[in-house]
Ligand binder design. Structure first.
Ligand code: FES
Length: 566
């Protein structure tokens, strides 16, 4: 039997009398001024994430109108509904803690309310993974449209973009090279339009991953937030979602497959994307029962060249990437490495998409050809070893090449509080070739795996010109940051992993070539330390904080909740 959308009859409230439930629902819908004809149409929900605490989404009212236009034009009824929104810098302790809460609200509101398909509107870092996780579990046809990246600002003749330049200027301020007057000027010039961070940070990486998964219209991931094409993309997404409502598909389970996840991992490597995307993609794939194997991840990394020359690793900004050809340029470069049978929300395969003639030439200064790649290996690798028996991540493309093979003495900080108290102490016993270690900042820690893995260079070293050191933690790092930084060490210190046992003066060896990170301490000594270790007292918690601490999975499983995995 052909699929027929149910519209307002989707999931009738249970009073034990279906006809009464239908009559009551239509009556209350009519109180909003809908005419009979509108209430008989297929319904496209619009999962809407505008918030006064989310600067990246401040243009959503205009985009919402465009999405509605597209839905109406295809004969369906647009119905926006709110879910919580996550503005990256406005949340405490971290936005990651609330990603799962948002994903739960997305899943439940899509499932509970009467809609035949849904447009997901998001953009700021954690909103895109939360939307995709929730929609994947809800199972209804869903199409994502993102906020798009910010345009750059200007400062004394140079372009500035959040937030790689935020960190660069802050490091110069700490080193005494930028004064208080200039840093105050820079503060007002880093984020100058609506949209997501202007570099290849987490938001941009996740937008590209969503397009690579097929959950977004082709060519729409990188359009700047303030460009008219962004509104056209919103309108076309509305049209697409209306067609999905009428046809009943494609559903997320037919798009998020082992093959499309592999394509997304290839894209992640080729754009040298954010380390956070490893966590988010694992969580999205996990909703479909797909696990990301670290060996497969490293094999893809070794086979996938870095093609994109953008900050935080390279030179350009997202506006340059879009003008140069966007994801299309990357996919064309990777074509013979991709799984071409994967579909997208528009109903076409990746192979069919890439067989079409290019409308504009790719600007190979920004998106290189494979023959002229920035590096022949991908940007990120998974590490293992005695310090991280269940894995860690290193963005090798953002590292100082000389530090990729490094052995050094550990300088240990037991928590974020300890770090902030002592890192700038003039008496801190630290040298440039030491390794900074931060403990107790993993997913289960009270700080909720903050983006603190980019430990500041101790001030006295920064003032002497030290720009990078090997830094190791169970925390995350902003996608806009750079340096030789080992992240997501698992098991985390809070769970008594080897990271918890590191002491000042221990030797640690990092080898990017071997993909290892080892604590060079005898097993007997580690056992002795483990026996001496006292558990950190569990924080007194209730409500969501308790649910989070009791249920969060390790980084390799995407920090999803154990009861939400597919
Ligand atoms: Fe929203 Fe960076 S703060 S994407």
């Amino acid at each position: 039997m052909p699929y027929r959308p149910k519209g307002l009859d989707n999931g009738l409230t249970d009073y034990g009398d279906r006809d009464f439930a239908r009559y009551l629902r239509r009556s209350f819908a009519k109180s909003m001024g809908y005419a009979e004809k509108s209430l008989d149409k297929p319904i496209v929900g619009i999962c809407y994430t505008e918030s006064g605490f989310n600067n990246c989404h401040r243009h959503f009212p205009e985009m919402l109108e465009a999405v509605k236009r597209g839905i109406t034009a295809e004969g369906a009824l647009p119905v926006p509904f709110p879910v919580i929104s996550l503005g990256e810098v406005f949340l405490s302790p971290t936005s990651l803690v609330y990603r799962n809460l948002m994903a739960m609200t997305v899943e439940e509101m899509i499932r509970a309310q009467p809609m035949d398909s849904v447009v997901l509107m998001g953009g700021c870092d954690k909103t895109v993974p939360a939307l995709l996780m929730g929609a994947a579990s809800a199972g209804k046809p869903a199409a994502l449209v993102v906020a798009g990246p910010m345009m750059t600002g200007r400062h004394r003749g140079e372009r500035l973009g959040a937030c790689t330049d935020c960190r660069r200027f802050w490091a110069d301020f700490r080193a005494g090279k930028v004064d208080g007057t200039e840093i105050a000027q820079v503060e007002g010039r880093l984020a100058v339009t609506a949209g997501t961070c202007a570099v290849m940070g987490t938001a941009s990486t996740m937008a590209l991953i969503a397009e690579a998964l097929g959950m977004m219209l082709p060519g729409t991931a990188a359009i700047p937030a303030v460009h008219a094409d962004r509104l056209r993309a919103a309108e076309e997404t509305g049209e697409t979602a209306a067609r999905m409502a009428i046809s009943g598909g494609p559903t997320p389970d037919s798009l998020i497959t082992p093959e499309s996840v592999e394509n997304a991992l290839r894209v992640l490597q080729a754009v040298s994307g954010s380390t956070n995307a490893v966590i988010h993609l694992a969580a999205i794939a996990g909703r479909m029962g797909i696990e990301i194997d670290p060996e497969h991840f490293n094999r893809l990394s070794d086979e996938t060249p870095v093609l994109v020359d953008l900050k935080p690793v390279g030179a350009g900004y997202m506006e340059d990437f879009h003008a140069a050809g966007g994801l299309e340029g990357v996919l064309r470069g990777l074509k013979d490495r991709l799984q071409l049978g994967c579909g997208d929300v528009a109903g076409q395969t990746l192979g069919a998409r890439l067989d079409k003639p290019l409308q504009d030439p790719i600007d190979t200064r920004v998106i290189r050809t494979v023959g002229d790649a920035i590096s022949k290996n991908g940007g990120l690798i998974a590490l293992h070893g005695s310090l991280a028996p269940q894995g860690a991540v290193l963005k090798r493309a953002a590292a100082t090449p000389e530090l990729l093979e490094h052995e050094g003495r550990a300088v240990v900080f037991s928590s974020l509080e300890d770090l902030s108290e002592r890192i700038d102490d003039p008496d801190l016993d630290v040298a440039a070739d030491d390794i900074l270690v931060l403990q107790n900042a993993g997913p289960r820690s009270p700080s909720g795996m903050p983006e603190a893995g980019y430990l500041p260079i101790p001030r006295k070293l920064a003032q002497n010109g030290v720009k990078d050191m090997v830094r190791i933690s169970d925390a995350r790092m902003s996608g806009t940051a750079f340096g030789t930084i080992v992240l997501h060490v698992t098991p985390e210190a809070d769970l008594g992993g080897p990271l918890a046992l590191v002491r000042n003066g221990d030797r640690i060896r990092l080898s990017a070539a071997q993909k290892t990170v080892d604590l060079l301490v005898e097993p007997d000594e580690l056992e002795r330390r483990r026996a001496e270790r006292t558990e950190r007292p569990a924080p007194a918690e209730r409500g969501y904080a308790k649910l989070y601490r009791d249920s969060v999975l390790p980084a390799y499983a995407g920090c999803d909740f154990d009861f939400l995995k597919g």
